[in-house]
Design a protein around this ligand. Structure first.
Ligand code: PYC
Length: 332
């Protein structure tokens, strides 16, 4: 049967965010983590249809809004991506909140503040508005922590690399410059993508990463390559691999959180410090160490990320498996 989805398309610092404002499914669950499981079981065809070609593309990423489960909160969000349904997405949050406020899809009780339930936990948001336009969104993310250090992994062409694995809403393998890798600036996006796929499989075959408080958050899903900054006023630069063929065009919110947690654990950042992260295209998020905590008994920190998004389109998308052989999309 033909289904219609009313979407607002935007980008956060260059990376797409397609918010499904109408047509999303009713989900069962006491919180967004349970609703994410229900969506994955019954409705993953919606994600595939809206994210993959021909309606989407390799980098496509989006969200669906739900009422909050706790009346103290303003909204709950399911993230849909080419990679699956992420527990948390930073660029997705910045785009989703920008769209939701500008289009009047949510009306927060306190103007300028949104309490957002994500599958990974509660995310507190402050946004700045000029007239109707949202100029910037700052999210205080879930507690982030360094999960493992110097894991050896063979990379095709480059040879043996050592990576740290850090959690910032998803688990990231962070590849810092070392003997066999001088920095992301020396390689094409295509090379980083090809290597990332192999390395992710190898890391997950040898190690199990599970969030201590939520065992549905598992596996190292992203590879974060680091390298020289383009702008000397930035702290660091990264290229984040996700899905099967994507490099994030934004500096990646959960990746920035994971990297700040890595630096925090190594004593390179302390509470109150800021961290300006550049993406592969040079767009920037400003991160800050907001606080210190523990997760499952291990030291952790609370990161915030600030960035901007712009709406660029209104998109009524149909998925009709009786008429279109590519209704549920494809990947090449
Ligand atoms: O911004 O957290 C993020 C993100 C995850 C995957 C792509 N972007």
């Amino acid at each position: 049967m033909k289904k219609t989805f009313f979407c607002v398309d935007a980008h956060t610092c260059g990376n797409p965010v397609r918010l499904v404002a109408g047509g999303g499914p009713v989900l069962e669950g006491r919180n967004m983590s349970e609703k994410r499981q229900h969506f994955l079981k019954e409705y993953d065809w919606i994600r595939k249809g809206l994210m993959f070609e021909p309606r989407g593309h390799d980098m496509m990423s989006g969200s669906i809004l739900y009422p909050p489960h706790d009346p103290a909160n303003d909204v709950a969000v399911l993230f849909i991506e080419t990679s699956g349904c992420l527990p948390m997405c930073g660029h997705g949050t910045i785009g989703t909140i920008t769209i939701a406020i500008e289009e009047g899809l949510i009306v927060p009780r306190i103007p300028g503040v949104v309490r957002m339930e994500a599958p990974a936990g509660l995310v507190l948001i402050e946004y700045k508005q000029e007239g109707k336009k949202v100029k910037s969104v700052k999210l205080t993310n879930v507690a982030s922590f360094l999960a493992a250090e110097r894991i050896p992994v063979e990379c095709p062409d480059l040879g043996l690399l050592h990576v740290d694995v850090s959690y910032g809403g998803n688990f990231y393998a962070i590849v810092d410059p070392q003997e066999n890798f001088k920095g992301l600036q020396d390689y094409s996006a295509g090379q980083l993508i090809a290597w990332s796929k192999v390395m992710r499989d190898r890391i997950n075959a040898a190690h199990t990463f599970v969030h201590p408080d939520n065992d549905t958050i598992r596996g190292c899903s992203h590879i974060l390559w680091t390298g020289d900054v383009l702008d000397p006023t930035s702290t660091a630069r990264n290229a984040v691999f996700y899905g099967d063929k994507a490099i994030d065009r934004s500096p990646c919110g959960t990746g920035t959180s994971a990297r700040m947690a890595q630096w925090f654990a190594k004593g390179k950042l302390k509470e109150g410090d800021t961290f300006i992260h550049e993406s592969i295209i040079g767009s920037r998020f400003t991160g800050k160490v907001e606080g210190v905590t523990t997760v499952g008994g291990r030291p952790a920190m609370i990161p915030s990320i600030e960035g901007w998004a712009r709406i660029y389109g209104y998109n009524t998308i149909t998925i009709d498996p009786e008429d279109d052989p590519y209704a549920y999309g494809f990947q090449v």
